[in-house]
Design a protein around this ligand. Structure first.
Ligand SMILES: [Zn+2]
Ligand SMILES: [Zn+2]
Length: 242
């Protein structure tokens, strides 16, 4: 009843398409948007998770990029893909963009609804969930870290602890729009540090971020986590640029 009254005065809207939701709802994403979240098309690169388009000869399921310079993480997977051309038509990217500079904390719950039972990892494989951090200055400016909200949702889903004060961003990196892979690698070099190595030593880490484009950020985070003693680093992102 209270929810109904609250919803009556503040009509709930879908976090992705902003259409009105029923007044008696406790959801943040409409059924249509949930149904439109498309998984990446198999076969995927065994390492970075990019769609390969077709089976590669000889059973080699590594993409050319991973074959040439293998990343530090073992396996990266994403909930859905991102094609910049039709962003508005894709529920998850449009939701991320809408919340990127907003203060809406309901994003965490909307993300959890989008995940549903589609997380391509199982809890037993990991000891800790670690979100890709923002630089403290950017965090103050933006008010929240989307990767941490997502990390919280994943940690609850997998029933694993989340650790947000270990991996730190020590150098602010410029927004990574319209840069190639090489430039992005240079940008993130030395941008991260592990403050309390004992919290990652000998542990299996699931690193979580909202978007993966070239994979340079995830690769650099994995590198410093492994150097700090992590046993293995896998990566989950909400969306993957294809
Ligand atoms: Zn919707
Ligand atoms: Zn790959």
């Amino acid at each position: 009843m209270l929810r109904y009254l609250l919803n009556f005065f503040y009509p709930p809207r879908c976090s992705a398409c902003i259409r009105r939701l029923p007044l008696d709802t406790n959801c943040h994403v409409c059924g249509e948007c949930l149904a439109r979240i498309e998984p990446l098309r198999e076969p995927l690169c065994a390492v970075c998770g990019i769609p390969l388009g077709a089976e590669l000869p000889g059973g080699n399921q590594w993409c050319p990029g991973c074959t040439q310079s293998p990343p530090h993480f073992s396996r990266a997977r994403a909930l859905t893909s991102y094609r910049s051309l039709d962003e508005e038509a894709q529920p998850v990217p449009s939701m991320i963009r809408r919340h990127k500079y907003g203060l809406d904390q309901s994003l965490g719950r909307a993300l959890a609804e989008c995940l549903g039972d589609r997380v391509p990892f199982v809890g037993e494989d990991y000891d800790v969930v670690i979100p890709v951090p923002l630089h403290p200055a950017r965090l103050r400016w933006r008010g929240f870290n989307q990767a941490a909200l997502l990390g919280g949702a994943i940690a609850r889903r997998l029933d694993r602890p989340i650790e947000v004060a270990t991996l730190m961003r020590v150098v602010p990196t410029p927004p990574q729009t319209s840069q190639d892979r090489r430039q992005r690698q240079l940008n993130v070099r030395a941008a991260f540090a592990v403050k309390r190595p004992q919290l990652v030593a000998n542990r299996r880490v699931l690193l979580v971020d909202d978007v993966m484009t070239t994979g340079a950020t995830a690769d650099e985070c994995a590198r410093v986590l492994l150097r700090a003693g992590a046993r293995r680093v896998d990566v989950f992102t909400l969306v993957r640029a294809v």
